[in-house]
Design a protein around this ligand. Structure first.
Ligand code: NAD
Ligand code: UFG
Length: 338
């Protein structure tokens, strides 16, 4: 019995495959490499010393995907594949709706057809929109501000309807907060294309001299130092949450929602300080205007995941910064070097 991993070559997927393989699970990866490279899968094999099958397949290609089901004994799925850049989703909404929604439709039809009605889905804290208070619990009101977020919320609702229509489904919705860091080997990590949109990849590139200076987007937010506060979570902790979710799904049907965060918020300037402390490298920064759409504060109440999944984040912010720096120093051009 194998777990189908869609988007397994990506940042979170590759780290999750390491944890699944180390736990003795069988995995089959599908990815179209639109935002990743096959070399990440080779590195997963090196880290774990284990082999697995992978297919270059687009989820929109029903025939190609069905072949994967025919050739493997798939009984569940962790569904990472999707486009994820908020700004790009505003510019290209049809691309985002088509890729993320249609890809999920094709996938779910085949999961049902082949009797693998167990899915763990990558959702995001973005579905809480601008929360009225923090920490955020799973029952907070949901809203979104961009097409990317819409696709997450729509897929959450579609998966719920699927269960309503057929009680054999097991659906676990994981709402990630801000994944950062990298595997301790320094062999896999986040490999953004071009100028990074997200804070940590940018800081990592300043630390290693690839970029001059971090722009801190706004210092007049309603937070302890005026800069935006987020719940940063080590990608390996996040990966382990998937292992817990897939184990729970083996025995339960239904739909469950889990916040996957640490429950602690750090500001942009806290991150700069933590990065400097963890690495001994100075991070140049300047205060810049706010980035449209950003919110003041966002951090999780992760108690439900602790209680039902038996999962808790273990790495601290310095671990996250140190591991990010190791990955970036070893791979200044990401997987492009290989
Ligand atoms: P990523 O881009 O590194 O990985 C996604 C993978 O999916 C890539 O390898 C890409 O090539 C693949 N893919 C995209 N469309 C596909 C398609 N149609 N068919 C086959 N493969 C396809 O992103 P990530 O950071 O690893 O994120 C994984 C998931 O988690 C995504 O769904 C993302 O929206 C979600 N998420 C990410 C974050 C974050 O900050 N990284 C936060 C919340 C949620
Ligand atoms: N920031 C800067 N400078 C930068 C980049 C970011 O100051 O160069 C600040 C932002 O203003 C924000 C904080 O750093 O206050 C974090 O920003 P990120 O872009 O790293 O992360 P976001 O919280 O904005 O968004 C991320 C993902 C979304 C996802 C969301 C919740 O990019 O896709 O987390 O999971 F929806």
């Amino acid at each position: 019995m194998a777990i189908l991993i869609t988007g397994g070559a990506g940042y979170i997927g590759s780290h999750t495959m390491v944890e699944l393989l180390n736990a003795g699970k069988e995995v089959v990866c599908v990815d179209n490499f639109s935002n990743s490279k096959p070399v990440s899968l080779e590195r997963v094999k090196k880290i774990t010393g284990k082999d697995f099958k992978s297919y270059e397949v687009d989820l929109l290609d029903r025939e190609g995907l069905e072949k994967v089901f025919m050739e493997n004994d798939i009984d569940s799925c962790i569904h990472f594949a999707g486009l994820k850049a908020v700004g790009e989703s505003v510019e290209k909404p049809l691309l985002y709706y088509h890729n993320n929604l249609t890809g999920t439709f094709v996938l779910c039809e085949l999961l049902a057809k082949y009797g693998a009605k167990r899915i763990v889905f990558s959702s995001s804290a973005t579905v809480y929109g601008k929360p009225e208070s923090v920490p955020i619990s799973e029952d907070f009101p949901l809203s979104t501000t961009n097409p990317y977020g819409e696709t997450k919320l729509m897929i959450e609702r579609i998966l719920k309807d699927l269960y309503v229509s057929d009680k054999e489904w097991s659906v676990s919705i994981l709402r990630y907060f801000n994944p950062i860091g990298a595997h301790k080997s320094g062999m896999i990590g986040e490999d953004p294309k071009g100028i990074p949109n997200n804070l940590l990849p940018y800081v990592a590139q300043v630390a290693t001299g690839k970029r001059e200076c971090l722009s801190v987007f706004g210092n007049d937010y309603n937070t302890h130092d005026g800069t935006g506060v987020r719940d940063y979570i080590h990608v390996v902790d996040l990966a382990r949450a998937h292992l817990c979710a897939i184990n729970r799904a083996e025995t339960l049907t239904g739909v469950e929602y889990f916040n996957i965060g640490t429950g602690v918020g750090y500001s942009v300037l806290d991150i700069v300080k933590a990065y400097e402390k963890a690495t001994g490298v100075k991070i140049n920064y300047k205060i810049a205007p706010r980035r449209p759409g950003d919110i003041d504060e966002c951090y999780a109440n992760p108690e439900k995941a602790a209680k039902l999944l038996g999962w808790k984040a273990e790495f601290n912010i310095e671990d996250m910064c140190r591991d990010s720096y190791r990955w970036q120093s070893n791979n200044p051009n990401g997987y492009g070097d290989d």
